[in-house]
Design a protein around this ligand. Structure first.
Ligand code: F6P
Length: 345
């Protein structure tokens, strides 16, 4: 008879929340319990729970009914245990190691973005078994083609652009919509294309305000008296203003056309995940549990060419996935007359 002790795993969600976190927790937890008989605990509020030994037991029935729910049942935080800000912070890594031992953990599943993967790698270097699952609306985690949360944010941003189109048309105004994405332009590029934006500004491409205005004036002359400008929050702009408010002022100043701005904000991170995100998060979660069963640690689960795979955490930590200037969506959009604000540089 095999008396080998069942594996015990801990799950945490860290960084900004996004739709699909509960689907991922459910995917890991259910697969770990049902398929492999593992014992599962969930740490509260990201790495804070790991430091403070603040956790809950997750039974199979606790994971029912959460697939469609936004946010995270475990809570999250921006805690970075390796960042020393104040006295006592340097004790955090040791506290984590102690808790890992005391709780007899066989693995910690860290669900998060770039910062979380960096921390996950540090924990792995300290000798703990760790698996990362990439999430973020920004889609900027290096080493995977896609993060869950992105599709849901894209849907929200696209719907907002659709709504702005009708009011822009009615009033013959320039409408600027600022979307999230941190330093990356993935949401702006995809929502810009899906929503038929006339001008799309990304942090990865240098833009010129005169070029933006020229495009708007050109549309005006072509009897298209309204324009939709989709802008990523991460573009260069003067401090103290949002990207959208800077553009609105400048466009009105240079063109004289009535201009309004919308900063979409946190609605992009809230609410129920789209079916695609539910599936992606579930696939990631279930695959992470399979990796644990096979004792494949120190990796982030990833999707490449729609196939689940793993990437060493040491390769992921500290990198960001950005839009490249030759991205097929940029090339296609340009050919259709969409401006990226760099045509007359
Ligand atoms: O990473 C997700 C994200 O929503 C970014 O798009 C945004 O820049 C940032 O988080 C906002 O962070 P916070 O939740 O700390 O305000």
């Amino acid at each position: 008879m095999n008396h080998k002790k069942a594996k015990r795993i801990g799950i945490l969600t860290a960084g900004g929340d996004c739709p699909g976190l509960n689907a991922a927790i459910r995917g890991v937890g259910k697969t770990a319990i049902v398929a492999y008989g593992m014992d599962v605990i969930g740490f509260n509020a990201g790495f804070t729970g790991l430091i403070d030994k603040d956790y809950i037991h997750l039974r199979e029935k606790d994971l029912s009914g959460i697939l469609t729910v936004g946010g995270t049942i475990l809570g999250t935080s921006r805690e970075k245990p390796y960042k020393i800000v104040k006295e006592g912070d340097s004790d955090k890594p040791d506290q984590i190691k102690e808790n890992y031992k005391e709780l007899e953990l066989d693995c910690i599943v860290c669900i998060g973005g770039n910062g979380t993967m960096k921390t996950a790698n540090r924990l792995s270097e300290e000798g703990m078994n760790v698996i990362g699952i990439p999430k973020t609306i920004d889609n900027d985690v290096w080493g995977t083609d896609v993060t869950f949360g992105f599709d849901s944010a894209l849907q929200i941003a696209t719907e907002a652009i659709d709504r702005l189109h009708t009011t822009a048309n009615s009033h013959q105004r320039v409408m600027i919509i600022e979307v999230m994405g941190h330093t990356a332009g993935w949401i702006a590029l995809y929502a810009g294309m899906a929503g038929g934006g006339d001008i799309i500004l990304l942090p990865e491409l240098e833009y010129n305000i005169r070029s933006v205005c020229k495009k708007i004036e050109q549309r005006y002359e072509d009897k298209k008296p309204y324009s939709i400008v989709v802008v990523a929050e991460g573009i260069k702009h003067p401090e103290g203003k949002s990207a959208a408010s800077y553009l609105a002022e400048a466009i009105h100043l240079y063109t004289g056309i009535e201009t309004r701005e919308t900063v979409l904000g946190y609605v992009q991170r809230g609410g129920s995940p789209t079916p695609m995100d539910r599936i992606l998060a579930t696939r990631y979660g279930a695959f992470a549990a399979e990796c644990i069963a096979k004792e494949c640690f120190g990796v982030m689960v990833a999707v490449k060419n729609n196939q689940l795979t793993t990437v060493p955490l040491e390769e992921v930590g500290g990198k960001v996935s950005l839009v490249t200037p030759d991205h097929p969506l940029i090339v296609k959009s340009r050919k259709m007359g969409v401006s990226f604000g760099d045509e007359f540089l």
